[in-house]
Write a new protein. Structure first.
Length: 329
């Protein structure tokens, strides 16, 4: 099998590419390197450019007429940036996706696996959400993910494509073989901020301690990026069983099935490093939510998949990758 991975030079896309190779699936990478790393594509068929570039897409399809599935990871993903530049995000994530899908459809490439996000859910309760949970994107970034899902759903209903949207919860960690990881040395998610605080010797601000969770801190479903990558491999391998002629569109949560509070994430970090982390409790920030975790029954039913790696493994791999990244520059 052969797959085209848009955004395949990024954190998740490159890890998916490695998982595909390990499973005997050949990845072809399309990435404009605006945030991705060229070294993540070493030894792979790589095309540097825009997903909406028709001439480039034609060249890829001419070079690889045996593509089976497109895994669409390419997107801008920084929430505050999306608030400051919503038009840029709607252009990059929605308009260019439509152009990509139209071009693929016109060349009879109709199987699509889409990198979606649990940020589309309301996420106020700290409880589990399944795929029928209320949709309430909290940022332009999250809205772009929901809009692309709706576009895929409508296109599938028309017969233009068949699609599987994989709704990621909170990816952490790195490829266990350290072939890829987060490109940003100072990521903005909770684990990244914990790592940055520990490295700088500054207190970690715990934002909000009165959420409706078991210890009052916010809750997220931290899923190891390698588990996410494995799910994509299964989605590709079982595509025709999952997105059928009768049900050509499927949305599937990818998470561990249980939440981890910020206090528990701090404890996992301290256990892995063997060092205490200084914490300062501060008020909630505007826009913060209690969070939610994935109900993953559909992933089990349709993919036969479950997350296998523990939070501590995600912390350990993230720290190992950060050390490697410092040497790569």
């Amino acid at each position: 099998m052969k797959v085209l991975i848009t955004g395949g030079a990024g954190y998740i896309g490159a890890t998916i590419a490695s998982a595909c190779e390990d499973a005997g699936i050949t990845p072809v990478i399309l990435d404009d390197l605006s945030t991705g790393r060229a070294d993540f594509c070493t030894g792979r068929a790589f095309y540097d450019g825009d997903i909406a570039d028709a001439a480039l897409l034609d060249r890829i399809l001419a070079d690889h007429p045996d593509l089976d599935v497109v895994i669409h990871c390419a997107a801008r993903i920084v929430v505050p940036e999306s608030v400051a530049d919503p038009l840029g995000y709607y252009d990059a994530n929605v308009a260019k996706t439509v152009a990509l899908l139209q071009h693929l459809r016109d060349r009879d490439i109709t199987r699509v696996v889409f990198s979606s996000s649990a940020s589309i859910y309301l996420g106020e309760s700290g409880e589990g959400v399944d795929e029928s949970a209320p949709i309430a994107p909290g940022s332009p970034y999250a809205t772009t993910k929901w809009m692309v899902e709706r576009i895929l759903q409508d296109a599938a209903a028309s017969g233009a494509v068949r699609a599987i949207s994989l709704r990621y919860f909170n990816p952490i960690g790195a490829d266990p073989q350290l072939r890829s990881g987060l490109q940003n040395p100072q990521p903005s998610h909770a684990l990244g901020r914990i790592m940055s605080a520990a490295a700088a010797g500054t207190p970690f601000p715990l934002t909000g301690t009165d959420w409706p969770t078991r210890d009052g801190s916010g809750l997220r479903d931290y899923v190891h990026v390698w588990d996410l990558a494995r799910a994509h491999v299964i989605a590709v391998q079982r595509f025709d069983e999952i997105a059928t002629a009768d049900e050509p569109y499927q949305a599937i949560n990818l998470g561990t099935g249980s939440g981890v509070t910020v206090r528990e994430l701090i404890a996992a970090f301290e256990a892995v490093t063997g060092e205490p982390l200084e914490v300062v409790e501060v008020d909630r920030r505007p826009g913060d939510q209690a969070g939610a975790f994935a109900i993953v029954d559909r992933a089990g039913d349709l993919l036969g998949w479950r997350a296998e790696r523990l939070t501590a493994e995600g912390v350990r791999d993230a720290l190992a990758w950060a050390q490697k990244l410092a040497t790569l520059g």
